[in-house]
Design a binder for this molecule. Sequence first.
Ligand code: F6R
Length: 610
Amino acid sequence: MCGIVGYIGNRDSQGILLEGLKKLEYRGYDSAGIAVFTSNGLEIKKSKGRLAVLEDKLKDDPLEGSVGIGHTRWATHGKPSDVNSHPHTDNSSKFSVVHNGIVENYLDLKDELIAKGHVFVSETDTEVISHLVADEYDGNIVEAVQRAVKRMRGAFALGVLTEYEPERLVAVRFASPLVIGVGEGENFIGSDIPAILEHTRNVYILNDGEMAVLTRGGVELMTTDGENISKEIFHVDWDLVTAEKAGFDHFMLKEIHEQPKAYRDTMLGRIADDGKSVNLKELNMSDEYIRSIRKVHIVACGTAYHAGLVGKSVIESLARIPVENDVASEYRYRSPIITPDTLVIVVSQSGETADTLAALREAQKNGARVLAITNVVGSSVAREANDVITTWAGPEIAVASTKAYTSQLIAFYLFGLHLARVLGSQEQSAVEELIEGLHALPEQVESILEQAPVLKQVAESMAHHKSLFFIGRGVDYAVAQEGSLKLKEISYIHSEAYAAGELKHGTLALIEEGVPVISLVTQEALYEKTLSNIKEVKARGAHVLAIANSGFETEVAKSVDEIFAIPKTLPILSPALAVVPLQLLSYYASLALGHDVDKPRNLAKSVTVE
Ligand code: F6R
């Protein structure tokens, strides 16, 4: 998982490549590099570390030229180092490659190339590609790349240059995202649209097995088998400013504050004006098909998986259809029982997560219909699924997902209500009450955000603890899991989430004097039981913060050390509120510890490797 950019035109390429890489740093940021045709030929500058390190290097000694490629890396094969950074080249230094993805058979190819006399300097799979292309070259770079990719297995988006043909930039897509930007007298490649949006709004979105040959004057599209293809230009009408920080210190904080808007946008046009029903007109699935669904599998990774845990409760309670949740990286390998009456729902902010995409394909191969809940229009998941519910959260830049998660929850509520309408599984009054509850959420989130200073204080006192616990029952347990992940990933504090009643079966041994326990208590039917569990940890010295639903917070307050009340809502809707204070706690804990909130160590925004 990495980001790639490329430029061919008449302007100086270095600035364009660096700007593009800045937009792509969310995809990985352990090293960066560019290759440019200069008056000395194909020159490469690259270095370990953030893009800023490369920028410093280039300040005194720029690469001047109007054709180039660039890369920001998230290490897979080979540790972050100067030599493992991209672009890579071959022994003649006449070829240069940037790559996002993994070449699974790179060791076999490497052995073969070594036997032919190629000498490798890095530990990467990508270096094999540059040698392979060089080996296949006999005067036509397009054909050489086509022959090379035929020999490669795995996932890759590539940008390739050769000094022998300085007027062509070759791009290939196979299972890793790539778009081509079409300008006037100049053309671009990028791992995503924001990387090139400053320069053009006209893009081609490549499919797997497609490639593009860019010159200054045009873009030729073809398959990797060499068959010419034509595609419609996709005109991007969204604004780059939406991808900037808008005055907040961090993207994460900005995105937390964007949640009320994301809720409203995701609901927009999907709820009838009279507030009596939900109709997801974008779905292709017929009412007859919906009536035939006997079970649902929800498959996703990380935070999106946690949204799916809430989705299970929503679908089971509103539509009475049994739901199983799976982590996408496990799904394919457990031989899931998928029948034509199984609806598989994949959830993915980016729509490019390799494991989720593989699960989608596995489900379709076994005859299931796949519904995708995704935030990225035109992403791989969106294009391959049978039905799509887009979460209109807008671009999410911070590595820690916030507004995408809550918009996924909204998508599940809407889908649950859509199913309920078709199946007649809910009383009309219950449907209307739920819709009313949904409409109230954005303002309720706003009222939570206003209390951020309180949460900042709590976070600062919590931040120096080595370990803490989140507990809850029912959907509170699902939210506890998300709260725990959020804290871990940006503050690096060890935390675990437990079903409140499960602690006493082992983990209670870890509770000792002063250990912080964050307890979610939003479910009226369960709060007495959760209170018993709170008493168990209190008796062992834990310091308990409760996140409770207004209505019974006074009762809860008697048993805990601190309490944060969320506005009153229906039990099933409470995750959409209860997670917000947890997001803020994580944010402020990370800040208090001086970490890079938006770019936590070892992580990347979009995980396009298995
Ligand atoms: C955590 C986080 C990750 C993602 C996961 C799936 O804050 O963002 O756990 O949720 O990598 O990513 P998507 O949703 O893009 O498939």
